[in-house]
Write a protein that binds this ligand. Structure first.
Ligand SMILES: Nc1nc2c(ncn2[C@@H]2O[C@H](COP(=O)(O)OP(=O)(O)OP(=O)(O)O)[C@@H](O)[C@H]2O)c(=O)[nH]1
Ligand SMILES: [Mg+2]
Length: 307
């Protein structure tokens, strides 16, 4: 009898992939972090922060949702953008559930959702995010408008920055997962190694501290990641495309690189929960965003036929 109960419990486990898609800056990465309860995906006020698919895993005793955060894109301009676009498309085609995120305070984002059709056979949820940016009556009419298309399995309003609505959203997603055993060990929350997140935190800090085009011209590579020894020793390279950008990243008397180093180190220490020694250097690779060979070296997948 007990054996029978156990096999039933295994059969009713639900697991699958939920891809989070939408235009840049609508709050996809903030939502992923809230759904997982951990700051995995980097978030900044600038659009096109996320460059690669990032997995965040949520497990409870009956479900496992593997959330995939994707880059939000408009028109690709560089080989790097082709790579970002391909990452987003791959995530879309792998999905068991699709989460389409809209910034309700930005008309273009909602219009885009209005024109979007999820792939056949994949249940899709519409997330009206940044609900703090629109009065309730306008939110109501927006929701009615989207509901009228009949393509959304459900529509959920959220404020990702505070976590409001995220529990409802999670419930809606978990309910749509197919029956399946867990895809990852249930105590894992991420599928990438810590050194990937360390590089991402340096990149996030570059986005926060540097202005204009410079953050977009930066890439971060971890050269050394030595976990034996105390503190944890990390040497990282920040790549830029021009000598003039290198000068700005270093700053007068090294002031900017010191700030980036200190802030990045604090974030990494928070992540690994131990002291970190972070050594940062800046190097120029001319036009790396336009050169598929360089992109590959920096860890970005490049689709065939990329410009
Ligand atoms: N007011 C408000 N701001 C939000 C909300 N959710 C996210 N944001 C902010 O929106 C900005 C973009 O958030 P991200 O999570 O980086 O957006 P994204 O969709 O991942 O952006 P890309 O990676 O560039 O495609 C950040 O400054 C967030 O703090 C929300 O519910 N309300
Ligand atoms: Mg993002």
């Amino acid at each position: 009898m007990s054996e029978h109960v156990a096999s039933e419990a295994v059969e009713s486990f639900k697991a699958g992939i939920c891809s989070i898609v939408g235009l840049p800056n609508v709050g996809k990465s903030t939502l992923l972090n809230q759904l997982i309860g951990e700051r995995l995906s980097i978030v900044t006020a600038k659009a096109q922060t996320t460059r690669q698919r990032l997995l965040g895993i949520y497990s409870d005793d009956r479900h496992q949702a593997v959330f995939v955060d994707t880059p939000g894109l408009l028109e690709p301009r560089y080989a790097l953008h082709d790579s970002m676009q391909a990452e987003a498309e791959r995530a879309r085609s792998d999905a068991d559930v699709l989460l389409y995120v809209v910034d309700v305070g930005w008309e273009r984002s909602s219009d885009h959702a209005g024109a979007y059709t999820p792939p056949a056979g994949v249940p899709a949820i519409l997330c009206l995010n940044k609900k703090d940016r629109l009065p309730d009556d306008r939110l109501n009419s927006l929701e009615l408008e989207h509901a009228g298309r009949g393509i959304w399995h459900s529509i959920v309003r959220t404020r990702a920055t505070s976590g409001e609505g995220v529990d409802d959203l999670k419930r809606a997603i978990l309910g749509l997962l197919p029956e399946s055993p867990p895809l990852y060990p249930v105590d894992e929350i991420a599928a990438a190694p810590v050194r990937f997140f360390a590089a991402e935190l340096v990149r996030e800090t570059c986005f926060e501290e540097l202005a204009d085009e410079i953050p977009y011209a930066t890439a971060v590579e971890i050269e050394t990641f030595r976990e034996s020894g105390d503190p944890l020793y990390i040497a990282a390279l920040i790549y830029v495309e021009k000598e003039s950008q290198k000068g700005i990243v270093i700053g007068r008397g090294g002031s900017m690189i010191k700030t980036i180093g200190r802030k990045s180190r604090e974030k990494i220490e928070h992540l690994v929960d131990r002291p970190v020694y972070l050594d940062l250097r800046v190097k120029v690779i001319p036009n790396w965003r336009r050169r598929p060979g360089r992109l590959k070296l920096l860890g970005y997948d490049v689709p065939p036929g990329s410009r």
